[in-house]
Write a protein that binds this ligand. Structure first.
Ligand SMILES: Nc1ncnc2c1ncn2[C@@H]1O[C@H](COP(=O)(O)OP(=O)(O)O)[C@@H](O)[C@H]1O
Ligand SMILES: [Mg+2]
Length: 236
């Protein structure tokens, strides 16, 4: 396992947002974290990224992660694309991409990687001098994902990348996410859009008010009527 969370608990003052959650992500796996609004998905992603205090244990590459240690986590390869993408709209597309190589020591290789990213996703090259806010929602999410990939993550945490995107833009983005697995990356994909997400994920956890209420191989969860009715809003 590249990541194992055991007995993870996170509180916001009196609110117990995450109430004893176990999650594993294997090397090269895409793991979906599904659940309705308020279930605790973002809280888990933010705790793993080192942006929140937590109780319990998060082990990444055989070492315990410390709470509130985000910058060290990024350097070790744990990279979060937050809900809302974290794009700086007034900066150019290229300046946003450049933020992805900020933490890298291998600068000349990093700059070459940035150029390659602009070729791989031509919209990011064509619009490089435009303000990022001028991109569409789908393009902004692509920019945020590309920026995260440039920091050479081993474990990519994506918090609701499909939020506000049309189904086609979501499908394209999920295709990009599937490609990253081929590059040896592990992904924790936080989503509300269960059905579309299960098509790209290997395994999934369903979260309800801070607890895991179902988990298993993605394909099995799509086909299981009990899971489908209870957690995915019925068949279809
Ligand atoms: N900064 C915060 N302060 C207080 N409560 C919060 C905060 N962020 C989230 N919560 C609460 O924690 C619970 C889980 O939220 P969140 O992790 O954002 O859920 P999700 O991402 O699944 O929608 C919710 O009840 C939410 O209201
Ligand atoms: Mg959320």
């Amino acid at each position: 396992m590249i990541l194992s969370a055991r007995g993870l608990q996170v509180r916001y003052g009196a609110i117990a947002a995450v109430r004893g959650v176990d999650i594993d992500v294997a090397e090269g796996e895409i793991v979906a974290l599904l659940g309705a609004n308020g279930a605790g998905k973002s809280t888990i992603a933010r705790a793993i990224a080192g942006l929140l205090p937590f109780q319990g244990e998060i082990v990444y590459k055989d070492q315990k992660l410390r709470p509130n240690d985000a910058e060290r986590n990024v350097r070790r390869g744990v990279v979060l694309v937050p809900e809302g993408r974290g794009i700086l709209g007034r900066m150019t597309v290229e300046e946003n991409l450049a933020m992805g190589i900020y933490t890298r020591a291998d600068k000349s290789q990093a700059i070459a990687d940035l150029k390659r990213m602009q070729e791989r996703f031509p919209i990011l090259g064509q619009r490089r001098h435009n303000a990022a806010s001028l991109l569409s929602g789908g393009e902004q999410q692509l920019l945020a994902t590309a920026r995260a990939l440039l920091s050479k993550p081993r474990l990519l945490l994506l918090d609701e990348p499909s939020l506000g995107l049309a189904p086609q833009a979501t499908a394209y983005l999920f295709g990009v996410i599937a490609e990253t697995r081929a590059e040896g990356l592990s992904v924790l994909l936080v989503e509300q859009k269960a059905r579309q997400t299960l098509k790209v994920a290997d395994r999934a956890y369903v979260l309800e008010t801070g607890r895991v209420v179902a988990s298993g191989p993605a394909q099995k969860m799509i086909e299981d009527p009990a899971v489908s009715d209870a957690f995915l809003g019925g068949p279809g």
